[in-house]
Design a protein around this ligand. Structure first.
Ligand code: SF4
Length: 124
């Protein structure tokens, strides 16, 4: 995987740094009662990540990201159980995503609202 421009790297690192609000966890949220909504987000793959190359796409801005299937989920998601099939090799950004954090709660809320209105999600 080739190195990304320094400005792009900095932007990606800033995006995964949790805010103060993100550190407040809603303990009623559970992955076992979720449609793996976080696995529909754009996941930037950093050079230090060890993700199988065939699961990585490149955006028009030159970012390496987890590829997504037609339904919008990361291609590493097991569609039957909505679990990560590369859990031990998942990117750092996935490791930092906190269940029940503000980011998690916001994405779950958006997903519920857009599903209720039958609006297809396009997250790129
Ligand atoms: S790599 Fe695993 S945890 Fe990360 S978005 Fe894909 S399926 Fe989810």
């Amino acid at each position: 995987m080739s190195a990304l421009p320094a400005a792009v790297m900095e932007q990606a690192r800033a995006a995964i740094d949790p805010t103060e609000d993100d550190r407040r966890i809603d303990t009623s949220v559970s992955c076992s009662r979720c449609d793996a909504v976080c696995c529909r987000l754009t996941v930037v793959v950093m050079p230090e990540d060890n993700v199988p190359e065939h699961l990585v796409d490149r955006t028009s801005q030159g970012l390496s990201v987890m590829a997504r299937g037609e339904e919008g989920w990361c291609v590493a998601v097991d569609p039957l159980h909505l679990r990560c099939t590369i859990y031990d090799q998942r990117p750092g950004i996935c490791r930092k995503f906190a269940m029940g954090s503000a980011y998690c709660r916001d994405e779950r809320k958006k997903y519920r609202e857009e599903n209720a209105r039958a609006i297809p999600l396009a997250l790129y």
